[in-house]
Design a protein around this ligand. Structure first.
Ligand code: ADP
Length: 260
């Protein structure tokens, strides 16, 4: 290790003797600083839309002085900002639920094709503006797993592909039997991700700079949720991407989880 944080205490031992107690608090301090960073990030992410909302509310205090076109725009923007806050709170709740390990992950049968049919309907709605060609290739495979976690993982990956692919792209969602088990994958032909970002992509609140301030509505929590949800199924999230060509996000569940 590079350095240690040591806490030293001097305690009385006998009349003329003391005890020197040294405790390694490196891990405790590291967790504490992660927690502080997390709270600071959440506060910042909530504060930004709130500031925008407050600005518009001030303007609406004198509606007679605001042109109707501007009023309409204000309401649209306020809606977008409150959606953004709502998304953030939803994702925080999902993350906090996942903190508590549950031992019933593999107790239930999940009808993945039915789940993906629902996600396909949602994807088409989200895709109305982007007009991507969406293709779903789904094998009729049910598995043992936790539906809420799989839904979060699959939904986030599909949403990201739609969001980060320029209009008129091609996105393929697939659920297929492979030699190693059954694989879920989302492939897009969008802008791709520069290699230096890949190792940090699943960190909470990590976003690529140019996407941070965009109106995409993202929070930077999506892929950290996907990673945890996939790991709860003892699987791994694989990301491969070529800038300018596109990205592929996938995870594979072993044969043992397939419901025969
Ligand atoms: P967000 O809420 O910002 O989408 P995520 O954790 O889901 O957060 O993703 C983190 C970042 O990874 C995004 O902000 C974006 O920069 C990048 N990213 C995710 N998916 C894709 C994709 N399919 N194509 C290009 N970039 C992506």
């Amino acid at each position: 290790r590079d350095s240690l944080d040591i806490e030293i205490r001097i305690m009385p031992y006998s009349e003329d003797q003391f005890l020197l107690v040294a405790r390694d608090v490196t891990q405790v301090k590291r967790l504490d600083s992660m927690r502080r960073e997390f709270v600071a990030n959440v506060s910042h992410e909530l504060k930004t839309p709130l500031t925008v909302l407050q600005g518009y509310l001030e303007m609406l205090e004198e509606p007679e002085q605001t042109p109707p076109a501007m009023l309409k725009k204000a309401v649209e923007n306020m809606n977008a900002q409150s959606d953004r806050m709502g998304n953030l709170v939803d994702q925080l709740l999902v993350l906090s639920r996942m903190e508590t390990p549950s031992d019933d992950v593999f107790d239930h049968e999940v009808n993945v094709p039915a789940l993906l049919e629902q996600l396909q309907t949602e994807a088409h709605r989200l895709n109305e503006q982007k007009q991507h060609k969406l293709q779903f290739n789904i094998d009729p495979i049910h598995i043992y797993g936790k539906e809420s976690l799989l839904r979060s993982a699959m939904q986030n990956l599909i949403t990201n592909a739609i969001r980060y692919t320029p209009e008129g792209g091609e996105i393929e969602v697939s659920w297929k039997e492979t030699s190693g088990g059954v694989e879920f994958s989302v492939t897009d032909n969008g802008k791709g991700i520069p290699a230096q970002h890949l190792p940090r992509l699943t960190e909470r609140f990590y976003r690529i700079d140019e996407d941070r301030n965009s109106a995409s509505g993202g929070t930077g929590l999506g892929l950290s949720i996907v990673k945890q949800a996939v790991e709860h199924h003892n699987a791994q999230l694989d990301i491969s991407s070529t800038p300018g060509k596109g990205s592929r996000f996938a995870f594979q569940l072993p044969h043992g989880l397939i419901k025969s």
